[in-house]
Ligand binder design. Structure first.
Ligand code: THU
Length: 160
């Protein structure tokens, strides 16, 4: 038997104002996207904005459904939209922000497991890291340099 240690290094910033201008701007787009969430059930609005290598920004928000599992998270909405509209165009950075209509969200909200798996596949395919920045409505911002830092041991399509 051999022990395997898996470690990730994330960067925690005290405030959005500390981020470089392009990340600050991208997060503003995630804020805007958040306002388009359709989340009458959870009242938890999430927005995601992806900066592509061609300079385009693709946004997404969570879209819920009365049949709960039929809804989709903001991240997957944005990634699938980017994949559908700009196939093969690399994704450079993703900004994610969440806001609850019921309570203040001042801590970074990290993407769910299913979204991590979806984001990981785009990263594997493009053979280049995707930077992730996520936060609540206010407060600290977490940066991951790669989806791999959020989801080690991904199920990689290359095994199929
Ligand atoms: N949600 C996201 O949009 N992204 C995540 O990574 C976590 C959760 C959404 C799904 C649902 O509409 C609401 O937040 C509450 O779970």
């Amino acid at each position: 038997m051999k022990l395997i240690n898996i470690t990730s290094e994330l960067e925690l910033y005290d405030a959005l104002e500390e981020m470089p201008q392009d990340v600050f701007d991208l997060m503003q787009k995630a804020f805007d996207a958040r306002d388009n969430a359709y989340a009458p059930y959870s009242q938890f609005n999430v927005g995601a904005a992806i900066l592509l290598e061609n300079g385009e920004v693709v946004i997404g928000s969570n879209q819920e459904n009365a049949s709960y599992p039929s809804g989709l998270c903001a991240e997957r909405t944005a990634f699938f939209y980017a994949g559908a509209k700009y196939p093969g165009v690399r994704m450079k950075k993703v900004a994610i922000s969440a806001k609850s209509l019921k309570h203040a969200v001042a801590a970074p909200v990290s993407p769910c497991g299913a979204c991590r798996q979806v984001m990981a596949e785009y990263e594997v395919n493009q053979e280049e890291n995707i930077e992730l920045y996520f936060m609540g409505e206010t407060g600290k911002v977490l940066k991951a340099k790669s989806v791999k830092d959020l989801l080690p041991l991904i199920f990689d399509r290359n095994i199929l």
